[in-house]
Design a binder for this molecule. Sequence first.
Ligand SMILES: NC(=O)c1ccc[n+]([C@@H]2O[C@H](COP(=O)([O-])OP(=O)(O)OC[C@H]3O[C@@H](n4cnc5c(N)ncnc54)[C@H](O)[C@@H]3O)[C@@H](O)[C@H]2O)c1
Length: 471
Amino acid sequence: MDKEKKGTNMARRSFLTRTAAAAGAGAIMAGGLSNAVSQTATTKTARTGKLDELNVAIVGVGSQGDVLVNSCLKTNADIPGLRFKAVCDIWEFNRKKAVKRINAYNEKKGYGTVTEYTDCQEMLDDKSLDLDVLIVATPDWLHAEHAIAGMKAGLDVYCEKEMSNSLELARQMVLTERETGKLLQIGHQRRSNPRYRHAIENLVLDSKVLGRVMQGYGQWNRAVSEDIGWAPKDALTAEELAKYGYDTMSRFRNWRWYKRYGGGPIVDLGSHQIDIFSWIFGADPKSVVASGGIDYYKQHEWYDNVMCLFEYEHPKTKEMARAFYQVQTTTRYGGFHEAFMGEYGTLVISEVPRDGNWLEKEINSPDWNKWVKKGYLKEVSTKMGKTKTTNVVLDARVSPAAPKWPLPIELGMLPHQPHLHNFFDAVRGKAKLNCPGIVGYETAVAVLAVNDAVKSQKKIEFKHEDFEVHA
Ligand SMILES: NC(=O)c1ccc[n+]([C@@H]2O[C@H](COP(=O)([O-])OP(=O)(O)OC[C@H]3O[C@@H](n4cnc5c(N)ncnc54)[C@H](O)[C@@H]3O)[C@@H](O)[C@H]2O)c1
C-alpha cells in the first residue's frame, strides 16, 4: 500500500472515489475521477448567479442545528455573505431559540428577520425567500426527505451525518444529487478538519511517514448518562407528536436509540471514525464482524455497546489491513480517538487534540527530521526518570492542505467550520466537496452493516458493487 502512487490507474472504482473525494490540494488523481466525484466538480463550475450573498435555510435546529448556525455566523469562520432567511423546526422551543439567535445577527447585518416554518416543503416552495442553500440537521430518518426536497427545489444541500438510517434512502439521495446537479455535502466534518487533512493527506498518504499501514483502531466511549429530557411546558402535544411520526416525547428527544429514527451509537458516533478508516486505507471494507448488545439501557432499541472488526484489501496489491472499532456508552475510558499503525510509527488523532494529536515512532523508524525541518511535524521530548521519549505532534499550520485555520481545531473551537467552509466554497465554485453524497453513501454501507453483523452474528462480506449507486 505504501508503494502506491495516487496518480496511478486504480482498478477499483470505490478506491478511485475514496481517493478522489478525499484528495487535498496536492493530491490530484491522474487516472480520472469516479462519475460521482467528477459530476460534483462540473456542477460547481456550471453554477452562476449571486454568489457573494447566499440565502440560507435550515431545517432542524436542535443541538446540532444550533452548532451549525453558530459555526456559520461566527466571523472567524470567514464564511462571508451568509444570509439566513428561514428556519424550519416542528418544535417551537428549539425553533424560537434559533430564530432569536439568527435575528440578532441579521439585525446587526441589516438582513431583516428570518421566516419560521414547521413544514420543510412549505419553506422550499416559498419562492419569495429566493433560497440558495439548505442545511439539514433533522434526525437521521428525515435526512433523505429533506435533502432530496432541497435539491429538487434547486438548492445546494449540506446534510448532517448519518446520511440516512436506510441505505435505500441514502441511495436516493445520491441519485437526486446526480439528477439535479446540485451539491450534497454530508456532515463527516473530519474530512475538512485541517489536522486530519494534514495528518492523512500529507503525512500518511503522500509522505508515507508511517510506512505501510496495516492496522487501524478507533473508539468513542461515553459515560453512563440519562435520557435527554424536556420541560413539560415545552412538550409537543400527543396530536403533534403523532402527526410528525413520534409516539412519545421521550422518543422524539432520544430518537438516536430507536430503530425507526436512527442507527444507535455505532451509527451516530462510529460513522465519523469508520469513515476515516476508508480514507486512510483508500478502500471500502471487504468484510465486518461485530458483537454488541442492549446491555445496560433496557428501555432502548439499539445496542449500547458494540465492538467490530473490519478487513480492508488494497485494490491493487491485495495487501490486507484490519481495523477494530468500538463504541461504548457505559464507560468514558479513553474518550474518542483514532489510531493508525504502520511499520514506522503510529498516528494517534482525535477531534479533540488532547486525546490525539501525535505520531509515535517505531523502533525501526527512518529519520523523521526531514519532516520536522519541512515544518510538517514538531518534535517534542518528554523525560520520565532516565528515559527520554521523542515523539512528534501534528502541526497543520504549515500544511498546504489547509493553511488558513487557527490551530488547534478543538471541539470548543467549532470543528464544523472548515467543513461548512468547504461546502460554501464549493457552492461558490471555488472548491471541490470533501464529502459528497457518494462518500457518505460508502460510509453508510460500512456502518449500517455493523448493526446487521451484530444481529446475525455472522461475518458480512462486501462486494465491490455494494458501494456503488446506479439508477
Ligand atoms: N456532525 C456531527 O458531529 C454531529 C453531532 C451531533 C449530531 N449530528 C447529526 O445532526 C442531526 C441532528 O441531531 P441533534 O443532536 O441536533 O438532534 P436533536 O434532536 O437535538 O435535534 C433535531 C431537531 O430536528 C427537529 N425535527 C424533528 N422532526 C422534524 C421535522 N419533521 N421537520 C423539522 N424539524 C424536525 C426537532 O424538533 C429538533 O429540533 C442528526 O442527524 C445527528 O446525527 C451530527
